[in-house]
Write a protein that binds this ligand. Structure first.
Ligand code: EPZ
Length: 418
């Protein structure tokens, strides 16, 4: 297992570009199952979750080939299998998104239930509710979802709770269903909008993009498409937080400002100076930081995937901050490790009270999940002395060569193979 060794205290400076959105790519890779023609993704990030999805598609007999460092060519053939195995699905729950497209394309799919993960139980009941509404016969057998439907039929779907991957799973299935599907309480996250755009380019007939009411007129087949993946909004937010926590001056490019409004607003509230353009943000430390209140919410609210990162920053903001996590039930795994670096945090259920401290001190820390690991990285960049972040495979799941990006901004960070 690799570790990062970070010698903190360097104010980051310079310009850095984000890679393509991991979460968008995972949905788009599943969408490639809907067509016998190839789907080409440009600005594709080389992150571990994408490699896992490539292996899942491979198990289904669907080819995925890197045609350039950031160009991934998918599909262009008939799936030769319709089972996504447990040993792959358990490592990445987003694999569950192959269920809808496989069922719609092949009439059958057997996908392992993803099970929980470090940040919560993360059930998939809404995914199954939506597919059953479209006429699928769904059974749970031996930890797998077995779904069958000779032809899905369009129908009304009302999600009891907003779900990003649930919306994407059902939406992809509805594209090939017979007749009209109306999805209510659809998720508004940008990754849903990006998927809708690509499905429309493939010939799907979808109305309501950007709203929580989607109307789909099913078609019999979909074409291929070529798409440039949007910059990863969470990587962008993480890099902005890295500049903020080190008191630096950094411009992050390749982003989509509309997707980061809540993060930009919060950083300003904390006391950072941000100059914004549609595709880039410059962040500088203008004066002292100040404690704030942060509550994670569905888009366009403050994203849960930025909660751990903003917490690291708030550890150094004078005064107290109140951070409430409303999406996942166990997303404070980073707290104990931040405390070991000298942070003053008290957790009460889904709320963390942070008292700003004068400084953090480097320590050996353990990464537990993707965004918690990013939080420890940020803390290490600001801490006095050396921080060893172990199990960086968590970080590699969602960040493409993050240590190179940070080093290019002056960070003293290196990867050591244990
Ligand atoms: C997506 O996960 C993202 N992952 C997550 O990013 C992100 O944190 C999450 O959306 C919320 O924005 C990908 O897109 C691959 P949800 P998803 O279903 O779709 C409940 C990262 O760090 N729920 O929108 O799985 C569930 O209990 C990852 O990049 C049900 O109850 O999240 C949980 O509390 C982490 N029933 C919440 O919704 C369901 O059927 C999760 O929200 C589905 C979800």
């Amino acid at each position: 297992m690799d570790r990062f060794v970070i010698r903190g205290g360097v104010p980051l400076a310079g310009t850095v570009s984000v890679s393509g959105s991991k979460n968008s790519m995972l949905a788009l890779m599943a969408a490639s199952l809907l067509s016998e023609e190839p789907v080409l993704l440009q600005n594709a990030a080389r992150v571990h979750d994408v490699s896992t999805m490539i292996r899942i598609l491979g198990a289904l007999g669907v080819e995925a080939v890197w045609e350039a460092d950031d160009v991934l060519r998918l599909g262009g053939s008939e799936p030769t299998a319709t089972e996504a195995p447990y040993e792959l699905v358990r490592t990445m729950r987003a694999s569950f998104m192959v269920l809808g497209p496989l069922l719609a394309r092949c009439g059958h799919a057997r996908v392992s239930l993803p099970g929980g993960c470090a940040i919560g139980a993360r059930p998939v009941d809404q995914h199954l509710k939506g597919l059953e509404a479209l006429g699928a016969k769904v059974e749970l057998v031996g930890g797998y979802v077995e779904a069958r439907a000779s032809r899905l039929r369009g129908a009304p779907v009302v999600f009891d709770t907003s779900t990003v991957n649930g919306t994407q799973n059902v939406l992809m299935a509805a594209c090939l269903a017979e007749g009209q599907t109306r999805i209510q309480n659809a998720a508004l996250e940008p990754e849903v909008g990006e998927l809708i755009g690509v499905l429309q380019a493939m010939g799907a007939r979808i109305e309501g993009a950007g709203t929580d009411q989607l109307t789909v007129e099913g078609v019999t087949r979909l074409k291929g498409a070529t798409h440039r993946v949007a910059g990863d909004r969470i990587e962008a937010g993480t890099l902005l937080a890295a500049a903020a926590i080190t008191g630096g001056d950094v411009t992050v490019t390749g982003l989509c400002l509309d997707q980061l409004a809540s993060v930009v607003e919060k950083l300003r509230e904390i006391g950072l100076e941000l100059d914004t353009r549609p595709d880039r943000v410059r962040v500088r430390r203008a004066g002292p930081l100040r404690g704030v209140r942060v509550t994670t919410a569905r888009f366009p609210g403050f994203p849960t995937d930025m909660q751990a990162q903003i917490m690291a920053l708030l550890c150094l903001a004078p005064g107290s901050s109140v951070l409430t996590e409303t999406i996942f039930e166990n997303r404070f795994m980073h707290v104990s490790e931040l405390q070991r670096m000298g942070a003053d945090i008290t957790v009460n259920g889904r709320t963390a009270i942070i008292q700003g401290v004068a400084g953090l001190s480097g320590a050996p820390v353990m990464a537990t999940d993707l965004r918690a690991s990013a939080s420890l990285l940020l803390a290490g960049l600001a801490a006095r002395g050396d921080t060893h972040v172990m199990r960086v495979y968590h970080i590699d799941r969602g960040y493409d060569r993050i240590e190179q990006k940070l080093a290019s901004l002056g960070a003293r960070i290196r990867r050591i193979r244990d």
